[in-house]
Write a protein that binds this ligand. Structure first.
Ligand SMILES: Cc1cc2nc3c(=O)[nH]c(=O)nc-3n(C[C@H](O)[C@H](O)[C@H](O)COP(=O)(O)O)c2cc1C
Length: 156
């Protein structure tokens, strides 16, 4: 057993799903893969996603105070790769991806396991990431689907 905590060790020891976190500011849409997300409160229902400031999606969330967490189903690995391996700083990732506006206007990706529409209520610095806390304003789940689990080998 190793006592050295590295990203790689934690990735294999902690079970996470994969989401595409989306946001919108003006006519700019952003979306990035995020495996560091979790429900963190019952009342109110709060959800957390951990993003670095370098993410294009992060910049849109900070400007608009809204985001959606699209929780991928186990047949949507291609979407995790699409939104996780290139940045909206240099291209429009939504150009060839089917999506629709949520009630909060930020993009919803169809056929996911679930999605949560959120209003940003707080941000905390956590090392080289920032914890974005969202109050869920709308939630939808397809109970027939199974969530995609994060495995580093699928991406790198
Ligand atoms: C499966 C997967 C999970 C990821 N999880 C996170 C995460 O939790 N937080 C984060 O800041 N970046 C995460 N990333 C990296 C971003 O998705 C990636 O840097 C993306 O290109 C950022 O896009 P953007 O600049 O358009 O927002 C993940 C990448 C992959 C492939």
């Amino acid at each position: 057993m190793s006592s050295i905590l590295t990203g790689k060790i934690l990735d294999s020891a902690i079970v996470n799903g994969v989401s595409v976190v989306t946001s919108l500011f003006g006519d700019k849409k952003g979306g990035c893969a995020a495996s560091w997300f979790a429900q963190v409160s019952f009342a109110p229902v709060l959800i957390m996603v951990s993003l670095t400031e370098q993410r294009y999606t992060y910049s849109l969330i900070k400007k608009s105070s809204l985001f959606n967490i699209n929780i991928l189903a186990d047949n949507q690995l291609d979407l995790g790769q699409h939104f996780g391996l290139k940045s909206g700083h240099s291209l429009d990732k939504f150009k060839d991806i089917t999506h629709s506006p949520g009630k909060n206007t930020a993009p919803i990706i169809p056929h996911c396991k679930a999605y949560a529409e959120c209003r940003l209520i707080d941000t905390f610095k956590a090392g080289d990431h920032n914890l974005l806390i969202g109050e869920i304003t709308h939630f939808s789940e397809d109970t027939t689907k199974t969530a995609l689990l994060f495995k580093g080998v699928d991406y790198w």
